[in-house]
Design a protein around this ligand. Structure first.
Ligand code: GLC
Ligand code: GLC
Length: 635
């Protein structure tokens, strides 16, 4: 609901009239016109969103003016190279849909020691073909447990163990030079309890009193807890933690991660300034952390509320004005109906695809493609100008976020099936190839998620001869189904679980560390030796990456399901109608056949882009155990 255009224009004129007299604008008059043009274009959207959140407040006009003036400050400080990049990206808004895109993600300390170590790895990233590098949280955070840096104490300072702001800026520029976009988290649902805002709030500073949700007693926490889901039940029951002085603070995740109170516009303004400062480091994608939780309302589960979307769209409008090349990636690990609601050109242009991720693992366990085929056919399509980030593994646990209603269509009972998947992946199921561990096992609700590296979950840890083809199978879908494929670095050389975290008090009670393994020196040393597991995975992945990059049909997100007629063989088409491609993937450890009749209407033969072989399609088509074909139907 946008405010009437004329009203918006009047308001904007007033703001602009005052702003142009501001010494800051006078001192930066050369960059004003570009800013003013964007401001006029995107102000109605910004105003519309913010009116929904804060429009009733008396101080709303002042707040708006401060926000716009903060945005101009950020624009004035934006380095020239980034403003040039803004222009390049704006002239090609779908640039991130290219088949050239390939993402990688790693921890700075675990992968490179520090930021300079990451800099030194750029040649390797380039040789892999990365065009997108997500560095896990790297700002100042508490010593000891910081939830892997997801508790930020200062958004303007790099964790001293990893380097300096200057190192980070240099790294961003060096990556950009090599065609690799830097991706950082925007951890805006909460800060650490050591952030200066938290400290001032605790001390009763009136300016910060309403930055967080602090309660004198259990009255309100009890009311909220009635409808909240427990996210980290191992760390604390409910959504709140008690402070040493007896008060209670909202902490969805760990006790030291305090949720920000966005019903207070000062919080929006403060985080907007932090966001634009992060953008000016040279970040091209912000991973919007924990989006589902950012707005609260009593009597609800405080997840995915409409205001959460409004809030993100307001941040996004501000970005269009002051850092236009920046894009948002949503991290919503929730029901698939809710995941898609964050994805639009005005909100998050990208999103993790947790459904595809979870169903890849589901399909490996069941050998039945039903749920994954259904998801690709019914839940893959996205609005124009947006794309999925498809992935096999992340730094987080795997949660079974499929829809119970979807599963019921195949007679699968959601709760029971999740129990099966948990048992299967933590090796409590006879014959399982997986060696995962449970995460946040909740005996009260029966909920549980699982952890483990891709290698350990596919059987590499136990020397299963088929494990390499399982990993390659999973990545083949991620690399060919659309959007940006994201590689968890270490997967390419088969890094296995690392139980060493149990010896570190700061990590011991968070089993996600089992799959956040340190740089696999051994795997990397043997990655060019085809007689090793690392070498076979690396070689297989590199071939698929090369084939993806040579195939424009893999750009964009459009996908059409192809029913193989075999319950173990997944099928879909890309590049329709001009560059038709057919992907067939056998999720069983036995050879499978796709009957000739299913393939009638296709050419007599097609080239498989992975093996380079021509495959006849006029007779029954045999796929070996876990085999994948990327068939170019133009041949
Ligand atoms: C996100 C991160 C996760 C973290 C949580 C709290 O979900 O991926 O690692 O624990 O946010 O910030
Ligand atoms: C929950 C949250 C998700 C977070 C994860 C961390 O699944 O929904 O945001 O990444 O916990 O374990």
């Amino acid at each position: 609901m946008l405010m009437k255009e004329t009203q918006a224009n009047v308001l904007l004129d007033q703001i602009v009239d005052r702003l142009v007299q501001h010494p800051l604008v006078i001192a930066n008059v050369a960059v004003w016109p570009a800013f003013a043009a964007r401001l006029h274009r995107h102000f109605p959207q910004l105003l519309g969103e913010l009116t929904l959140l804060y429009g009733q407040r008396e101080d709303f006009p002042t707040f708006l003016e401060q926000l716009v003036s903060g945005a101009f400050c950020a624009w004035a400080e934006r380095p020239i190279a980034l403003r040039e990049n803004d222009a390049v990206r704006e002239s090609d808004p779908n640039w991130f849909q290219s088949e050239q895109m390939l993402g990688g993600v790693c921890y700075v300390d675990l992968h490179g020691g520090n930021l300079r170590g990451i800099l030194a790895q750029i040649p390797y990233f380039k040789s892999l073909g990365l065009t997108y590098l997500h560095l896990m949280p790297l700002f100042r955070c508490p010593d000891g447990n910081s939830d892997g840096g997801y508790a930020v104490s200062n958004y303007r300072e790099v964790n001293p163990a990893l380097g300096t702001m200057q190192d980070l800026r240099l790294l961003a520029a060096a990556l950009r030079q090599e065609g690799i976009s830097l991706v950082l988290d925007f951890i805006f649902n909460h800060t650490s309890n050591e952030h200066v805002w938290a400290q001032r709030c605790l001390a009763g500073d009136p300016e910060y009193r309403d930055f967080y949700y602090l309660f004198p007693d259990r009255t309100l926490p009890d009311q909220y807890d009635r409808t909240l889901r427990e996210i980290f039940p191992d760390q604390h029951a409910g959504g709140f933690s008690q402070l040493p002085d007896g008060r209670w603070v909202w902490s969805t995740f760990n006790t030291f991660q305090w949720d920000l109170n966005y019903s207070n516009p000062a919080v929006f303004k403060a985080m907007a300034d932090e966001m634009l400062a992060i953008a000016n480091i040279g970040v091209e994608f912000l991973r919007m952390d924990a989006v589902a939780f950012v707005w609260k309302r009593l009597g609800t589960d405080c997840e995915n509320l409409p205001e959460a979307h409004t809030l993100i769209r307001a941040f996004s409008a501000l970005v269009r004005i002051a850092a236009p090349s920046l894009l948002f990636k949503s991290e919503a690990i929730v029901h698939p109906d809710d995941v898609v609601k964050y994805i639009s050109p005005q909100e998050c242009q990208l999103s993790y695809n947790p459904l595809q991720m979870a169903l890849l693992w589901n399909t490996l366990a069941t050998r039945e493609v039903n749920l994954l085929q259904q998801a690709l056919e019914q839940r893959h399509a996205l609005p124009a100008g947006t794309a999925w980030v498809n992935y096999v593994r992340s730094h987080d646990d795997i949660g079974w976020t499929f829809s119970d209603e979807d599963a019921a269509q195949f007679g699968i009972h959601g709760f029971d099936h999740r129990q099966f998947l948990n048992r299967y992946y933590v090796n409590r199921f006879p014959g399982s190839f997986a060696r995962g561990v449970p995460f946040q096992d909740n005996p009260v609700t029966g909920d549980c998620r699982i952890c483990g590296t891709s290698a350990s979950l596919t059987g590499i840890e136990q020397g299963d001869p088929l494990a390499v083809s399982r990993i390659l199978l999973l990545y083949s879908v991620v690399l060919s189904s659309g959007g940006i494929p994201l590689l968890y670095l270490g997967d390419e050389v088969g890094a296995v679980n690392d139980h060493g975290y149990k010896d570190d008090a700061a990590k011991a009670d968070d089993s996600r560390w089992v799959h956040r393994a340190p740089y696999d020196t051994h795997g990397h040393a043997s990655r060019n030796d085809l007689t090793t597991t690392a070498g076979q995975i690396y070689d297989g992945l590199r071939r698929m990456i090369a084939a993806r990059k040579a195939t424009p049909a893999f750009s964009g997100n459009a996908l059409t399901g192809f029913r193989s007629g075999n319950p173990h063989v997944l099928g879909y088409q890309r590049g329709l109608p001009h560059q038709p491609m057919l992907v067939l993937a056998n999720f069983s450890e036995h050879a499978q056949t796709v009957a000739a009749v299913v393939l009638s209407g296709q050419p007599a033969g097609a080239r498989d882009l992975i093996s380079g072989q021509t495959v006849p399609l006029h007779s029954d088509l045999k796929l070996a155990a876990y085999q994948v074909l990327w068939l170019d139907l133009r041949t």
